[in-house]
Write a protein that binds this ligand. Structure first.
Ligand SMILES: *Cc1c(COP(=O)(O)O)cnc(C)c1O
Length: 247
């Protein structure tokens, strides 16, 4: 893909984020654009870097590790790039996530947290981590079940217990929530899921004030403006920057 095309896409996405932020009375600088480069080769990351992108998102550990290595071979380790791991970390792959991710968006099980913590402790690394919450209630979605969190005491208790346990684990630094919008839902419904996720973070902030629940990772190519309207601090955008994936 041409660097000029990527530059144009980048400018267009940044402008859409800025407009959505202004409409919501927010400062666009509060929002980190995570460029999702999954399935794209390291050369695309380098082109994106050249036009100014610094935050990259990957969803498979076995893809992140060699891609990061290739990019660092070209740019050195002081490039300023932050690698966001946005997929599920299966337990067999936690060592790779611990070694190569700088931020983990999708912690959805205590078992994974324990494995990551052990690996991070060995490596002497700290990993800022977001809990993935399933607010839409879709069965196909990962994340802690928060489908009726406002009214369901069991869901509240489960999430609080998990968050408190994760917060005790060395190496993991809890910093917020991540969610996925429902598939093919009307915009109002998607926005409601994002709003309920923001309110859930505020709810957690009151009950677990020792954690800073400040990161809200929500919004992708089809819905990032709705997410910005509802307080997203990280939007994870692939296709609007790089085009359709070949998968
Ligand atoms: C692929 C992916 C994205 C980016 O999706 P686009 O529709 O290409 O913007 C965002 N978040 C997660 C978790 C993903 O797996």
């Amino acid at each position: 893909m041409d660097v000029d095309v990527i530059a144009g896409n980048y400018a267009a996405v940044q402008e859409r984020i800025a407009r959505a932020a202004w409409d919501a009375g927010r400062d666009p600088n509060e929002i980190t654009l995570v460029a999702v480069t999954k399935t794209w080769p390291a050369e695309i990351v380098l082109a994106a870097y050249e036009v100014g992108m610094r935050h990259f998102g990957e969803n498979r550990p076995e893809e992140l590790a060699p891609k990061r290595q290739a990019v660092e071979a070209a740019l050195g380790s002081g490039s300023g790039i932050v690698w966001h791991f946005i997929g599920a970390a299966q337990s067999r792959k936690t060592d790779l996530v611990a070694a190569h991710a700088d931020v983990f968006h999708a912690l959805d099980r205590l078992k994974i947290a324990r494995r990551l913590s052990a690996a991070l402790t060995t490596l002497g690394r700290t990993l800022p981590t977001l809990l993935e919450v399933n607010v839409s209630g879709e069965a196909s979605k990962a994340g802690f079940n928060c489908s009726h969190w406002e009214a369901d005491a069991a869901q509240q208790a489960d999430l609080l217990a998990a968050a408190a346990a994760v917060n005790e684990l060395p190496g993991l630094q809890l910093c917020g929530l991540m969610t996925m919008a429902p598939w093919e839902a009307p915009p109002a419904e998607i926005q409601t899921v994002f709003r309920r996720t923001r309110l859930l973070a505020a709810w957690l902030q009151e009950r677990l004030p020792q954690v800073e629940w400040s990161s809200l990772s929500m919004g992708m190519t089809d819905d990032f403006e709705l997410a910005v309207a509802e307080g997203a601090t990280h939007v994870r955008v692939g296709r609007a920057l790089f085009g359709e994936r070949q998968e």
